[in-house]
Ligand binder design. Structure first.
Ligand SMILES: Nc1ncnc2c1ncn2[C@@H]1O[C@H](COP(=O)(O)OP(=O)(O)OP(=O)(O)O)[C@@H](O)[C@H]1O
Ligand SMILES: [Mg+2]
Length: 225
């Protein structure tokens, strides 16, 4: 689903600094990988590179077999809408839209008919346990519920890759655990490739593999129980 080879990224200086060097990552359909690493290691930058939001100095990033390095901005924008889902620490729901409409936004952007988009949004909301709240505005929801909406929105268009940057950073530990389980289950069920950046060991342990971003490379690690 996602295959990264020999990725290099340099930060503009002065002086310029090498952030990644020969970075590799391969994620299968239905697999979730956690990425941990010190603050400033480049985890968020890596997600931005994967999504084509940040340029790279060299290497290859393939999503469902399509090379994204070297595409122009229009092609990247199209690819991002079609193949990527995002979950952030701040939920980024649109306050003036109902939950169902928030979830339908990625489908609208792809030109899916309103009626079809509504059906698929309701189906996703049901999967995250919020079917009964479909027509409520976001202001009535708790943080954990909003993150469920964000999960539904990230997966509604059946993306190849779901990128999550500290998705439970704003939630208390109990809520964080259940939201994270839901995120990982939803990604696995959808057969997407999941990349979860997290500072939390408890969160990382729920992924299928844990990788540490260290000195510009991803290293397989095993977290102690
Ligand atoms: N556009 C940019 N120009 C220059 N430096 C940048 C740019 N974007 C990020 N950086 C630097 O790159 C490094 C990696 O940042 P990044 O946000 O990816 O780290 P992170 O691993 O996500 O950290 P955290 O765990 O704190 O979120 C940092 O030193 C940051 O200051
Ligand atoms: Mg970060």
């Amino acid at each position: 689903m996602l295959k990264i080879q020999s990725l290099a990224k340099t930060l503009p200086g002065p002086p310029p600094r090498r952030l990644f060097e020969d970075l590799a990552l391969d994620i299968a359909s239905g697999e979730c990988v956690a990425i941990v690493g010190e603050s400033g290691a480049g985890k968020s930058t890596l997600l931005n590179c994967i999504a084509g939001l940040d340029g790279v100095a060299g290497g290859s990033i393939r999503v469902r077999g399509t090379e994204i390095c070297g595409l122009d901005d229009d092609a990247l924008a199209r690819l991002r809408r079609e193949h990527f889902g995002f979950v952030f620490q701040a939920f980024h729901v649109l306050p003036h839209l109902s939950l169902a409409d928030n979830v339908a936004v990625p489908l609208w952007l792809l030109g899916v008919q309103d009626r079809v988009a509504r059906v698929r949004a309701l189906d996703m909301l049901a999967r995250v346990g919020l079917a009964a709240r479909a027509d409520d505005p976001p202001r009535l929801m708790s943080g954990g519920e909003l993150q469920r909406v964000a999960i539904a929105r990230a997966l509604v268009h059946r993306p190849a890759v779901v990128l999550a940057d500290e998705p439970t950073g704003n939630l208390d530990p109990e809520r964080a655990a259940s939201v994270l389980d839901l995120l990982l289950d939803t990604i696995r069920d959808a057969g997407a490739a999941g990349v979860l950046v997290t500072h939390s060991r408890a969160a990382a342990r729920r992924a299928d593999r844990v990788l540490a971003l260290e000195q510009g490379r991803l290293v397989d690690i095993r977290l102690a129980e």
